[in-house]
Design a binder for this molecule. Structure first.
Ligand SMILES: [Mg+2]
Length: 188
């Protein structure tokens, strides 16, 4: 028998954000069994646009940078928080250009994932940008320091298997791209 799972009921929400950069809320919640939880903390840091950029030569383009949560330099797909004054696709185009220097006017939506389904509301919108050619200068914010890494499509599965990517949304969107556009990822 399939169990019918019920949602939680939000009774109260208090804004306890310590800064505009970290919107944080304290929720009072009623669980399906009737229990009340009055200290469930939920952040709303904002949706993200992420890009699987594929060059005309057949490389996937990654960015390498220090991430303070990881406390380490890690490799991920180019991505950034969505600016609400632009569409999701426009945000993806801008992030790709700023972080890698590659320009494109065509993004294909691969899918939408929850970034942190328990503790935050944000979603990650993943796009495929194919056939990238000429590369321009990166346009980084003053606090950004980003290295661009090219990995040939033929080596991407080994690159992941060897543990070079520790970021779940990056692995997920490469997999979605492989599933939805197998001809692009066929190793010739
Ligand atoms: Mg970024």
């Amino acid at each position: 028998m399939v169990k019918k799972l019920k949602k939680w009921e939000l009774l109260e929400e208090e804004d306890i954000s310590p800064s505009p950069w970290f919107p944080l809320y304290k929720h009072k919640i009623k669980l399906p069994n009737g229990n009340i939880v009055d200290d469930y903390y939920l952040s709303k840091v904002g949706d993200v646009a992420m890009v699987v950029p594929v060059t005309k030569e057949g490389d996937i383009v990654f960015v390498k940078q220090y991430k303070h949560g990881a406390g380490d330099v890690i490799i991920e797909l180019p991505a950034g928080r969505i600016k609400p004054e632009y569409t999701t696709e426009e945000n993806a185009v801008m992030e790709l250009e700023e972080e890698t220097g590659y320009k494109t006017d065509k993004m294909i939506l691969l899918g939408t994932l929850y970034g942190e389904p328990s503790k935050d509301t944000y979603k990650v919108f993943g796009f495929l940008a194919g056939g990238l050619t000429e590369r321009y200068e990166q346009r980084l914010d003053e606090n950004e320091d980003i290295d661009v890494v090219h990995v040939p499509i033929a080596k991407i599965d080994d690159f992941i298997k060897d543990g070079n990517i520790c970021s779940p949304d990056t692995i997920a969107f490469i997999r979605l791209a492989q599933l939805k556009f197998p001809e692009m990822f066929k190793i010739s």
